[in-house]
Design a protein around this ligand. Structure first.
Ligand SMILES: [Cu+2]
Length: 92
């Protein structure tokens, strides 16, 4: 599996493992690139509650990258398993 390059403090990742987003709550600065990476052996789909982002079905080892350009709280969940929830808090 290829490593997703991280760009210093402006990039970070959320792991999907055991039907859990880790970290569940993440605070980043505006402009941060967040990669959601599926380490489970079944697909997941990352969807923002406000519709601002949505991944394709992520198979094992797949990643979805989104750049957060607005501040605020961005709750999200898995479209296939709605009990899987997390929040990205974006600060200026
Ligand atoms: Cu899921």
């Amino acid at each position: 599996m290829a490593q997703t390059p991280l760009r210093g403090a402006d990039a970070t990742r959320v792991k999907i493992e055991n039907f859990t987003f880790t970290p569940t709550a993440l605070t980043v600065k505006v402009g941060t690139v967040v990669t959601f990476e599926n380490d489970d052996d079944i697909p997941h789909i990352v969807v923002a509650s406000d519709g601002s982002f949505r991944s394709k079905a992520l198979d094992t080892g797949d990643g979805y990258t989104f750049t957060f350009t607005k501040s605020g709280d961005f709750p999200y969940f898995c479209a296939l398993h709605p009990h899987m929830q997390g929040t990205i808090t974006v600060i200026p």
